[in-house]
Every structure is written in C-alpha cells, then in structure tokens.
Ligand binder design. Structure first.
Ligand code: ADP
Ligand code: MG
Length: 313
C-alpha cells in the first residue's frame, strides 16, 4: 500500500509519465466517500457543482487535494452525466483536466467525478485578479488550441468552450475542463444536431448553431474566438460577451434574444477586437477568421497553433 501511495505521488508530481506505459501499477481510481473531507466550494455551472476535498485514507492530513464534480439536480441528465465521466476518462493531454476516478454512493446511483484540482480556478476567476501581459495571454490561447486540437483528433466537439471552462494550474499552464456538452462526431459525419437548446451559452455560439442547431469542429473554433476575446479583455465583467452583444442590440419589443443575436451576426457585427495591444492587427484578423460566417472559412486548431507560434516568436 505504501509503495502504491508513493507511486501515486510520483505520478502526480510528474504528469508526463504515462502510468499505463511506464509503470506496471495503475493509480487507484475508486475513491471511498468516507475518506473525502470537504474543504470548500469551487464553483458551479448549469448542471454541475464542484467542491474541493482532501482525500485522506490515512486520516492524518497527508492526503491529496481533489476536485469533485457532482450533478446538481440528482434526477435529470443522468445519462449525459455518465457520458461526461466516460469522455473525461478517455482523454489524456497536458492541456485537458485530468480524470482521477469516481466515487459511488453506497448502493446508490449518485456518482461523483473526481479530477485533479487546479488551484487557480477558471480563467474567469483568475484573470480579473492579475495584470496578465499579452505574451502570457497568447501562451494560454495557444495551450487551449493544443487541448482542442487533441480533442478534435479524437472526434469530440466541446460545445462549451469559454473562459469559465478553462482552468488555471499556474501562471504558465491552463487546461480545458467541463465536458458536459461534449459530443462525439462519428467518422464521415461533419456535425451534430442538438434537439434542446435550454440554457445554451448563446453568446459563445457560432451563427449556424443559433440558426440550425448544427455543431461542428468549426463551431468550436468560433467559441475559441470568443474565449480569446475574453482572455484579451482579462475577463473584465463590464466587457463580457453577453454585455457587449446586448449593448450592440437595438431595443426590441419582446423579440427573443437569439433572434436578435442572429440578425446582428448576419449583419456581420462581431465583438470588438482589443485595442492598443501588441499584435493588434494580427489578432484582429485571427478573431475575424474564427468568426467567419461560413464554417468552412474558419481555421482549424492546428493552423491556429501555428499562427500563435508565429505571433509569439
Ligand atoms: P458546469 O458543468 O456546471 O459548468 P464546471 O465543470 O464548468 O461545471 O465547473 C464549474 C466551476 O468550478 C468552474 O467554472 C471552475 O470555477 C470550478 N472548477 C471546476 N473544475 C475545477 C478543478 N478541477 N479545479 C478547480 N476548480 C474547478
Ligand atoms: Mg462550466
């Protein structure tokens, strides 16, 4: 047991070592609820609630900190919740939050997702507190593209890429989180059609998602453009995408926000590009490309990585 614990520690400290390839023993992935000690709430979105726990089987404070995600309402969405867990479990990339295991309530249905804890929270919480320079913004943006390129290579579309879903490990590393809306695109197909819109993050959605509910690899690129806008505005709440889009809208009489938003995008209106920053022109072009009306005109994450490498050189 102590050997296993030491191995686990080593692997946690060296995330580059792939446990399945280099070490004969796997990290234990069943966590017992009785050893989980609640520390504090980390955040919540529409479906999930994330809490910081100390997993401390030895009961002497030597345990490890983990982030535990649970479904908010314990009735609905169970099927998609299990899918979210399966998807995260299958992913392995330095810019994607790491799955650690599951925790099942005794005899019950309730399953909690256990993942690594990222101490600086999401970009949305972190950026307003720091005076982050443009080079660091660009580094974070490139890392998001790297994680997204990997996700797409596995034929998954994220569908909820936004600053609130990008987690910060430290000043030089971010990871994509929240795979709650992620969908698999079978080989040979190019988009996924969504039936319910419910609480959709419409201000991050590409025009074809709003008009025809068609989600594709290219619609993730549009959302990346919005995420880049958030990063460059340092997630200033006064400039966030919903506020900015609502400012652009003409006063309406009871028309649905989505309809007004579609009209606005059809008139080729977009979020404003950052001003007075280095690489202003290049970044402007890059964002406009991500927000091209035709999905086929948008760059891939692979080419975005190259563009960021060129800008940062
Ligand atoms: P939802 O599906 O409900 O949106 P998320 O997975 O996006 O849930 O998590 C909600 C919030 O919890 C995030 O925006 C972030 O602030 C925080 N959070 C999520 N995962 C972690 C983590 N691994 N480490 C630290 N904070 C996290
Ligand atoms: Mg979220």
């Amino acid at each position: 047991r102590t050997v296993l614990r030491k191995l686990t520690e080593i692997m946690i400290k060296n995330p580059d070592i792939s446990p399945s390839e280099t070490l004969p023993v796997k990290v234990p992935s069943t966590f017992h609820k009785r050893y989980l000690k609640k520390m504090r709430d980390l955040g919540e979105g529409h479906f999930g609630k994330v809490t910081l726990y100390l997993y401390d089987p030895a009961n002497d404070g030597t345990g490890e900190l983990v982030a535990v995600k649970a479904l908010k309402q314990e009735n609905g969405h169970v099927e998609s919740w299990m899918k979210e867990i399966e998807i995260l479990k299958s992913l392995d990339h330095s810019n994607i939050v790491k799955y650690k295991g599951c925790c099942t309530e005794l005899g019950g249905q309730v399953v909690q997702l256990i993942m690594e804890y990222l101490p600086l929270g999401s970009l949305r919480e972190h950026l307003p507190k720091r005076k982050l320079g443009v080079p660091q913004c660009l580094m974070f943006a490139q890392q998001i593209c790297q994680g997204m390129d990997y996700l797409h290579s596995k034929r998954y579309i994220h569908r909820d890429l936004a600053a609130r879903n990008v987690l910060v490990e430290n000043e030089s590393l971010v990871k994509i989180g929240d795979f709650g809306l992620t969908k698999y695109i079978p080989e040979g197909e190019i988009y996924y059609r969504v039936r319910e819109h419910g609480d959709s993050p419409v201000f991050w959605y590409a025009i074809e998602c709003l008009k025809e509910s068609k989600f594709s690899f290219s619609s993730d690129v549009w959302s990346f453009g919005v995420t880049l806008y958030e990063i460059l505005t340092r997630c200033d709440p006064r400039q966030n995408p919903p506020t900015k889009f609502v400012d652009m809208m003409e006063p309406t009489q009871g028309q649905m926000t989505v309809m007004v938003l579609i009209k606005l995008l059809e008139k080729r209106m977009r979020l404003p590009c950052p001003r007075d920053c280095p690489h202003e022109v290049t970044l402007h072009m890059l964002m406009e490309q991500c927000w091209a009306s035709e999905p086929g005109d948008r760059p891939s994450f692979k080419s975005l990585i190259e563009k960021f490498e060129a800008i940062r050189r």
